[in-house]
Design a protein around this ligand. Structure first.
Ligand SMILES: C[S@@+](CC[C@H](N)C(=O)[O-])C[C@H]1O[C@@H](n2cnc3c(N)ncnc32)[C@H](O)[C@@H]1O
Length: 342
């Protein structure tokens, strides 16, 4: 896959679209009582959640959204209303505009059940949301808006990438990152590991693409502890490690990754790590709220967590590329070399 470089920033469009979710989010905050309870006091997230009887992790991500739009302010981890929210979003204010907010909410969309989720009725996360042909094609198209080009540019700068011949694309979906990396390194063969249903569809929709003779799809389920091969000199992981990072299972997985790789092999991670400003801060706060209210723990893998886990799993010689805010998904790229056999 040889993609043109992006000339403009898709994040400008993406950030606008995310703002369209705000009326539903703000209305849910009104419904569960965030503004009324904070109208005369500053509370920590834990105390607020207790008072309004909401799920704490989801409440925490809701507060991040409200901070990003300056409806709340925070000091010493205690939240209070800004003058704007106090005047227009509390029941007791004679000037409240709660009806106006309600008139903007839409039925459907990712936040249609946010109030229920805040109240503890959280769905079980569906790991098959990326499994239909439509979603597989959609996620690849999304990655073409700069994500694939950025990973490729990062990899090209690393000497170990040029020498690599066998890569694992862990939870790689239809392998669109692999195709781009194989185009750059003609000796490289890719092994994509993903759910069985994804592999079946990928085999079908990618069969005519250049490089298909150098890619193999392997059905596996991380949750079942399935094997993901061995002998890799390149291991690529993109947008999958969030849950493991949040539930203290990352080190064990990375130790398995270590054992699947050759000494001196290259590991590359492409994940959201936070650390963004302006409109991106709001977009990522909304993404996090959406993720938690879908029953998934987080959509963020902080650099500190990843580095520590990699170090404990026998990796070193880190290289980091900070998030590029021109991209809709401003990920941090981090590479490491396997420096120790376990
Ligand atoms: C957010 S997508 C990331 C896809 C690709 N790596 C990227 O960065 O665009 C998550 C991927 O994980 C796969 N996945 C979800 N649950 C899985 C599991 N239990 N075992 C293996 N793969 C899984 C999905 O099918 C999907 O391809």
């Amino acid at each position: 896959m040889n993609l043109p470089a992006t000339k403009t920033a898709f994040s400008k469009i993406n950030n606008l679209f995310y703002k369209s979710y705000l009326p539903n989010i703000i209305y849910s905050a009104i419904e569960v009582g965030v503004f009324d309870v904070l109208s005369n006091q500053a509370l920590s997230c834990i105390d607020l959640s207790k008072e309004i009887e909401t799920n704490e992790p989801i409440t925490e991500s809701l507060l991040e959204v409200l901070l990003a739009i300056e409806f709340l302010k925070e000091k010493d981890k205690r939240y209070s209303l800004t003058a704007l929210a106090n005047e227009y979003l509390t029941q007791t204010s004679e000037l409240n505009q709660l009806g106006a907010v309600k008139s903007y909410i839409v039925n459907g969309g990712p936040f249609k059940n946010l109030t229920q989720a805040l109240k503890g009725d959280i769905p079980e996360f569906d790991q098959n949301i990326w499994s239909t042909e439509k979603s597989i094609r959609g996620i690849e198209q999304g990655a073409k808006a700069g994500g694939i080009q950025r990973v490729l540019a990062f990899a090209k700068e690393i000497p170990e990438f040029k020498k690599a011949t066998k890569m694992c694309d862990f939870a790689g979906n239809s392998g669109y990152y692999s195709f781009a990396l194989m185009h750059e390194n003609r000796k490289l063969h890719a092994h994509v590991y993903d759910l069985e249903i994804v592999c079946e569809t990928a085999n079908k929709i990618k069969k005519d693409e250049a490089g298909f003779d150098r890619i193999s799809y392997h059905a596996f389920d991380v949750r079942a502890g399935d094997d993901f091969g061995s002998g890799y000199d390149l291991f690529f992981s993109s947008h999958y490690l969030y849950e493991l990072g949040a539930t203290n299972r990352l080190i064990d997985l990375l130790k398995k990754v270590n054992r699947s790789m050759k000494l001196g092999g290259l590991f590359i991670s492409n994940h959201i790590a936070g650390k963004v400003n302006g409109d991106h801060r709001l977009t990522l706060a909304i993404v996090e709220l959406m993720t938690r209210s879908m029953g998934f723990p987080t959509h963020c893998l902080p650099e500190k967590v990843l580095r520590k886990a990699l170090s404990e799993a026998g990796f070193g010689k880190f290289r980091v590329k900070a998030p590029d805010e021109r991209l809709a998904s401003p990920t941090m790229l981090l590479s490491a070399i396997k420096i120790k056999e376990l």
